[in-house]
Design a binder for this molecule. Structure first.
Ligand SMILES: *[C@@H]1O[C@H](CO)[C@@H](O)[C@H](O)[C@H]1NC(C)=O
Ligand SMILES: *[C@@H]1O[C@H](CO)[C@@H](O)[C@H](O)[C@H]1NC(C)=O
Length: 138
């Protein structure tokens, strides 16, 4: 009796450890744009469609040289995303923050993320915007 309940506890503990290891190894770090990084003129809508699904707790990395002056903003809704309206946008990464290992953003909220560069015509003409919807991991 005592020994069988001990075994049950061991089994439950093993399952919990295995599940947390699984979660740890599963969360990914993804460079936005891949080898193109975060640049003017690359189609990030297409990149996101080809790269999806993105998962909750994945890390997005925006890499850009500070000499090219891009940024990363989070836009509040679909309309501002479509219109490239930054009036209520939140600055996540300024033009100096994309160097080295890049700016990292963890998808740690259950929401639709609208990202765009707020410099010059990056958003309107430069295709520097993307929508990311995190999926749950099972
Ligand atoms: C970017 O890619 C999307 C999705 O494939 C496509 O609908 C859109 O026309 C492309 N934009 C340009 C300017 O090529
Ligand atoms: C751009 O990055 C370089 C290398 O990290 C740094 O030395 C320089 O001060 C930065 N310039 C600006 C304007 O942030």
């Amino acid at each position: 009796m005592a020994s069988s309940s001990f075994n049950a506890q061991q089994i439950i503990l093993s399952v919990v450890i295995a599940a947390s290891l699984f979660t740890l190894t599963q969360s990914a770090t993804i460079v936005v744009g891949g080898s193109e990084n975060w640049r003017y003129g690359y189609n990030y809508t297409e990149w996101a469609a080809n790269t999806a699904p993105f998962y909750f707790q994945d890390t997005l990395v925006f890499k850009y040289d500070n000499t090219t002056a891009h940024s990363v903003y989070m836009l509040p809704n679909l309309w501002s995303y479509l219109e490239c309206d930054f009036s209520k946008a939140k600055l996540l990464s300024n033009p100096a923050q994309g160097g080295g290992d890049g700016f990292q953003f963890v998808l740690n909220q259950w929401r639709v993320f609208y990202f765009a560069s707020g410099e010059g015509n990056d958003c309107k003409d430069g295709l520097m915007k993307l929508v990311v919807v995190p999926w749950p991991r099972f």
